[in-house]
Design a protein. Sequence first.
Length: 406
Amino acid sequence: MSDYPPLLSLSGNLFLPLKTFTTTVLLIDDQKIIAEAVKHLLSDQSDIMFHYCPYPSKALSIALKVKPSVILQDLMMPEIDGLALVQSFREHPATKDIPIIVLSVKEEPQVKAEAFAVGANDYLVKLPDRLELIARIRYHSNAYIRLLERNDMFNKLEESQKILLGELSDAAVYVKSVLPEPLKGIIEVDWRFIPSTQLGGDAFGYHWLNDRYFVIYLLDVCGHGVGAALHAVSVINVLRSRNLPRANFYDPSSVLTELNRVFQMEDHNNMFFTIWYGLYDKETRNILYASGGHPPAILITGESPQNRRLYELKTPGIVIGALPEANFENATCNVKEFNSLYVFSDGVYEVSTRNGSIMNIHEFIQLLMRIPWNRGDALDSIVQRIQHIQGKTFFADDFSLLQVIF
């Protein structure tokens, strides 16, 4: 009877059961002998429920109570015109879609035309043949039940979507709550985090390891949803608490190696992540860094604003969690007096442009080069330019962008 499964699952722990609909016949006829005859014709059909209403004035209220999947209705009744009753069913929101088979004592083309004009679905001369009656009841009832099931499914989808959007919103708030505050001082850090509607797996952090070394990291978990977001937060908490027993947190490649050992994807719902991890030495002004499948950080630096150069800070290394024996490498770069370091996820630049193409990282780098080094609203300017490029304010993936000035 149904083309849909009995349970509709839209979230890992959210199951909304679909309603079960049965074939239910409501006969409206003032002649009880007709009711007995129709009841007898359907008596061996155990899956068809039969209801009878002898009073046309009460037909609508009875229909609202029994919720028939098909209505059999006589056209010639006292108190009310049969065609007017059909029309009243069609005008009520609860009965407007219920199939109506009108019953008449004669085969009259004009009456048929009028019945169809006011909303009848079928026309039978009473009493019809048993096989024909059952066939027409099932045909119209099944079509209506499929409509009810589709409507119920869409309602459940809408309800589930509201629940999921609420979960995503709560998760986004939680992710934001674990992100560090912008930083002022000898090192300035500002950031923009705009979660996508489906919430990606971006997260980041930065802090002093001691008086000399400052660490910066940004990661992007595969996939979207609450699971990806919580996985990202768990990694951030590990890095923040330095809860990696075998890692040397002053050695980025060691940190990535240990993360890869602890967060193997088969042990974490097949989720892997990319990461950029950098260590700044304030005495030498060097950045020691390593990356695992992550876009390069962009350092724009020089002795003066006029001679600044751009450096792509990236090392070989695959995503974290894919291969247990993966290797990661360090690299270093010196930071001059005039500088801006940008660390970001691919959701910042992998956006659909207005002409249908996908923006690439080289186009994004050119955009960064056009931002004045000392501009106070640099991040807002970047966000606005990306939004203009894609022609919309929201993002398909998490937008995570850090600007660090040493």
